[in-house]
Design a protein around this ligand. Structure first.
Ligand code: CUA
Length: 354
């Protein structure tokens, strides 16, 4: 009964196909559509986020990321080879004449192609991966030590043995290894500079270490890589790799107080002290010694305001002071109503700090 119904259904299906005009029945349309889809997918994978200049692991600027980059390409080409071989077998199987496979043959095929070869491939990749991990451990030779403390949502940066303190910006000498110790003041964060080093977590109650080594001078963007609250995305920083002499000059400059020279700067400094900015911020050489917010002693020279939230220019700084909550909601800085007559000099003073 069931068989008869199936046969009737089959006959019906054949009847339906025959009723479709030959123009629509043919395979070329389907093949074309499949081809177009494959091409579109290939173009999509090639064209997505591959500018080559962004903070990508595949654009390494340091010896740490170069190892990750090599591992990535090794795995990529192995995957390509495996994919091509499997596809070739699939095509060969679909076009060759069928013949009965003996039981012994099948067992050998499964043991070799299904177990031995995949095991060898995966074991080699695992071995290379372990070697890369070991080499990414803290190296013995270092020329600079940097202390980084993660806060919601900014990075405090200190250079032990000097009075240089900055925020959201780490200067290192190019070609030398900087040892970075990582702590958190609140929740879990993760320190990541894709072009220089892998991610290292900042865990409450622990001190972790990583290292930075840049092969060429430049600016390498870093990012918090562990969700840490509403402004996690705006917890970026910049690693500035510069020549040894430039780095030494920067370190000296950053450790010294900036003396206001012009009348506007002097008045701006008075406004800064009057507004009690110092209850949260520190500026070397002034009465401001707060530790809640970032140290502002080098503010004028930094790459951004609010850890990547806005460009560092007078307009954005003015807006940030008036109400930073519109730029970076839920950050700890409350709005500061500064009289218009004082704001310009305050900005001039803050932008002179370097
Ligand atoms: Cu800090 Cu995400």
């Amino acid at each position: 009964m069931i068989r008869r119904r199936a046969v009737r259904r089959g006959a019906l299906a054949a009847e339906e196909i025959r009723s479709v005009p030959p123009r629509l029945r043919g395979r070329p349309d389907g093949v074309l559509r499949l081809g177009a889809t494959v091409l579109a997918l290939a173009a999509y994978t090639v064209l997505t986020a591959c500018s080559g200049s962004g903070p990508s692991v595949l654009n390494p600027g340091g010896s740490g990321s170069r190892r990750v980059d090599s591992l990535w390409w090794l795995m990529f080409w192995i995957s390509v080879a495996v994919f091509a071989i499997v596809l070739a077998f699939l095509l060969w199987g679909s076009v060759r004449r069928r013949r009965e496979v003996r039981r012994g043959e099948a067992t050998i095929l499964v043991a070799v192609a299904g177990a031995a070869v995949p095991f060898l491939v995966l074991a080699s990749v695992y071995g290379v991966g372990l070697d890369t991990l070991a080499r990414l451990g803290t190296p013995r030779h270092r020329s600079v030590s940097v202390e980084v403390v993660g806060h919601q949502w900014w990075w405090e940066v200190r250079y032990p043995g000097t009075s240089a303190v900055t925020a959201n910006e780490i200067h290192i000498p190019v070609g030398r290894t900087a040892r970075v110790t990582l702590r958190t003041a609140d929740v879990l964060h993760s320190f990541w500079v894709p072009q220089l080093t892998v991610k290292t977590d900042l865990i409450a109650g622990r001190t972790n270490t990583t290292w930075l080594h840049a092969m060429r001078p430049g600016r390498y963007r870093g990012q918090c890589a562990e969700y840490c609250g509403l402004q996690h995305a705006n917890m970026a920083f910049m690693v500035v790799a510069e020549s040894e002499s430039d780095f030494a000059a920067w370190l000296r400059r950053a450790g010294r107080p900036t003396t206001p020279t012009t009348r506007a700067e002097q008045h701006g400094m008075q406004v800064f002290e009057r507004l009690a900015c110092g209850s949260c911020h520190t500026v070397r050489g002034t009465t401001a010694r707060g530790r809640v917010g970032p140290d502002l002693s080098t503010l004028g020279a930094r790459w951004s305001i609010g850890a990547g939230a806005a460009p560092n220019d007078a307009g954005h700084l003015g807006g940030w002071i008036a109400n930073s909550q519109t730029t970076k909601p839920h950050n700890k800085m409350p709005p500061q109503p500064v009289p218009a007559a004082d704001l310009q000099d305050l900005l001039t003073y803050l932008r002179s700090l370097h």
